[in-house]
Design a protein around this ligand. Structure first.
Ligand code: ADP
Ligand code: MG
Length: 543
């Protein structure tokens, strides 16, 4: 027994699923010491009849299978009627419940190996509370596998986030050691606020909308842009028919569609819901492992790839020279309109002197990698990736012309495999690389050690950078060309500015690089907004 119970987070998952099965829409979770001291889940669901309480704790007791077709339908959801008994067998366990309309609540306590007791009267509102104390305390072999309190809690938190991102209607509270960690109030139907609660304002503001249908499938959700890439795949929420899954092939389909718009070595962020009509496509989800089997796996893969690809194409993202990116319906409907003095910006644009330029001057709208801001009494759009590239290039150039580029030593040198050609190139050009802030040395005939990268590249895929640098050096690319490579790597992975301060800092750095934003669009970084852009902006962000 107990194979569903690997760690505290799996207990939370089972208890929360029971609450959902019971029709609850408010769930409170209290955790102490990462779950090893206490896990308490309280819900406002239908409750359990006192006579069914001890039954609920018996192995293979489920109230959820009534007919053969029920059995078929819920087989895939893993209703096996063994979660509570498994949990109770490895903890001190208490179940307290009151059915709607019942006169009082009843409570049943169990300890491992203890006799099944009778429920006693208790105080409780309508719904159920399950308390699991001292998990694995009596099972040293299992307790040994528990990680630190923090790690176990992070697993629980992640589990709760996954739930929160697919059930916007729930009121979910999570406390750890009596501290409030998360409180998601029921969100409006489109889940905008929920996305913001869980994934942050920048994601809610910038992630593209996606909604595509075809072949018995629908894919909808939000796709984070350039500014939301991560250095690990920890923000990829993929749901299949309302259940979180982690399926390599489906994630691959998304990743592949984003291949050209996301820097190598970075991972996209997304919340995607795939809905599949089981009558059309055979879906089989492993109850605990989050794996999926499709009969038509290829079709599903291609559908996802096409849907994501189309979203990426629509969002533009190639540069401000093409359509004004981020202003198409998909991208901008998160509408960060409040707080932006758009009318004043528009008036400024039209050279209306009655507008107050002072307040407008501080305003800008961030749209992924692009920023719309008033400059020199015009509304301009600035490509921040391009801007960073210019800034980095300028700093590297000045460093090389002066005392060498400031290196940032890596805390732990990176060892990287390479070719024999690379080590030969390194031997010849090590000094030039060091002047550029890139300190490499041979670690063997086909491996090298990276000791530092230029300080100005505070974010970069280090190995990809070194590979490209060595290849370029092998072809005798000059120092300008090398600087270009570095600037490209540094700007592609840098996060888009998210705050006013970051935008101001970016403008200051541009100034330092000898580019005066007010001097207009000749640099290619800036472009004036035209009437079309503005009309779009007002339509989307105005009222
Ligand atoms: P299963 O969920 O597979 O039926 P469990 O062991 O998780 O098995 O739960 C056993 C039974 O206990 C459920 O079928 C249900 O009748 C009852 N139960 C458990 N948790 C709750 C809850 N929060 N509210 C109402 N009933 C519950
Ligand atoms: Mg259950």
């Amino acid at each position: 027994a107990g194979e569903v119970i690997e760690r505290p987070a799996s207990v939370v998952k089972e208890l929360v699923e029971n609450s959902l099965d019971a029709g609850a829409d408010r769930i409170e979770i209290d955790i102490e010491e990462g779950g090893s001291r206490l896990i308490r889940v309280r819900d406002n669901g239908c409750g359990i009849h006192p006579e069914d309480m001890s039954l609920a704790l018996a192995s293979h007791a489920t109230s959820k299978v009534r007919t053969a077709s029920d059995l078929e339908a819920i087989r895939s959801l893993g209703f096996r009627g063994e979660a509570l008994s498994s949990i109770a067998s490895v903890s001190r366990f208490r179940l307290t419940s009151r059915m709607a309309g019942a006169e009082r609540a009843w409570s049943l306590a169990l300890s491992p190996g203890g006799e099944t007791a009778e429920p006693v009267p208790a105080a409780h509102g309508t719904g159920t509370t399950v308390e699991v104390s001292d998990l694995f305390q009596a099972v040293p072999a299992r307790r040994k596998f528990l990680r630190t309190e923090r790690t176990e809690f992070l697993h629980i938190l992640e589990m709760v986030k996954r739930l929160a991102l697919c059930r916007f209607d729930l009121d979910i509270r999570l406390r750890h050691n009596r501290r409030r960690i998360l409180h998601c109030r029921p969100a409006e139907l489109d889940g905008e606020r929920r996305i913001q609660d869980i994934l942050g304002a920048a994601f809610a503001r910038e992630a593209a909308f996606l909604d595509a249908q075809g072949g018995g499938m629908r894919l909808w959700g939000r796709l984070g842009g350039h500014g939301q890439t991560r250095n690990q795949s920890d923000r990829q929420y993929f749901y299949l028919n309302g259940r979180m899954i982690r399926d390599k092939r489906l994630n691959h389909a998304v990743r592949k569609a984003l291949e050209t718009s996301i820097p190598e070595g970075r991972y996209p962020s997304y919340v995607l819901h795939l809905e599949i009509d089981p009558a059309v496509i055979d879906v089989n989800v492993h109850p605990t492992k989050q794996e999926v089997r499709f009969r038509h796996a290829r079709d599903v893969h291609d559908f996802i790839h096409a849907a994501v690809n189309e979203t990426v194409q629509n969002r533009g993202g190639r540069g401000p020279q093409t359509a004004l990116p981020g202003l198409d319906r998909g991208d901008a409907s998160p509408s960060p309109a409040q707080g932006y003095p758009l009318r004043e910006m528009a008036a400024l644009y039209r050279n209306d002197r009655s507008a107050s330029p002072a307040s407008a001057a501080a305003a800008h709208i961030i749209l992924g990698r692009f920023i719309v801001l008033p400059l020199a009494e015009r509304l301009m759009i600035l490509d921040t990736v391009e801007a960073k590239r210019v800034i980095i290039r300028d700093r590297l150039r000045r460093g090389l012309e002066g005392e060498g580029v400031t290196p940032r030593p890596l805390l732990v040198p990176v060892i990287m495999e390479c070719t024999e050609d690379d080590t030969a190139t390194l031997e010849r050009r090590q000094a030039l690389l060091a002047d550029l802030g890139l300190e490499l040395e041979a670690a063997g005939p086909v491996s090298l050690r990276i000791r530092s990268i230029p300080a100005v590249l505070n974010q970069a895929d280090i190995q990809a950078l070194c590979r490209e640098m060595l290849a370029a050096l092998g072809q005798d690319v000059d120092s300008d060309g090398l600087i270009d490579i570095m600037a490209r790597h540094g700007s592609a992975t840098a996060a888009a500015p998210e705050s006013d301060d970051a935008v101001q800092q970016l403008l200051r750095s541009l100034n330092e690089a000898g580019i005066d934003p007010a001097s207009g669009s000749q640099t290619g970084l800036f472009r004036c907004l035209d009437e079309n852009d503005l009309a779009q902006l007002l339509r989307i962000h105005g009222d």
